[in-house]
Design a protein around this ligand. Structure first.
Ligand code: NI
Length: 131
């Protein structure tokens, strides 16, 4: 599967953004609020490498505990899935646990596609993006 982005958890989106810009990234998509996950999300791009900055907003964001635990860090790879339901089933049969059931991702592309987060001991957290 092709990688769409690497998700980077941050306490301060603006600060991370300006430091990534200093490393050669450009803003691909300005910060937007994802009301489902209570996070601000922006996309940066550097020569085909796309980074998603994710800033939990408030302590009731489902991502807040992760930020508390890991601090500022890359924490997931997102893969584009041509056969979304099939791929989730296949990964589940191969040791991946579904973290949360598929839901739309308002901040990715036109906001109509679903994503699903899964975890495995050997590859960590992955996100599948419906193509
Ligand atoms: Ni992501």
């Amino acid at each position: 599967m092709i990688i769409h982005h690497v998700g980077f958890l941050t306490k301060n989106l603006k600060k991370s953004e300006s430091e990534f810009l200093g490393l050669g990234f450009e803003i691909e998509k300005e910060a937007k609020f994802d009301h489902i996950r209570k996070v601000n999300i922006s996309f940066l791009i550097n020569n085909g490498y796309r980074v998603e900055l994710i800033e939990p907003v408030g302590k009731d964001s489902p991502l807040y505990p992760l930020l508390k635990h890991y601090k500022n860090t890359p924490y997931h790879f997102c893969y584009e899935s041509e056969n979304f339901d099939k791929d989730i089933k296949k990964l589940s049969e191969n040791g991946y646990a579904v973290i949360n059931e598929p839901k739309v991702a308002p901040c990715i592309n036109d906001g109509s596609k679903q994503v699903c987060f899964l975890i495995s001991t050997n590859t960590g957290i992955i996100e599948l993006l419906e193509k």
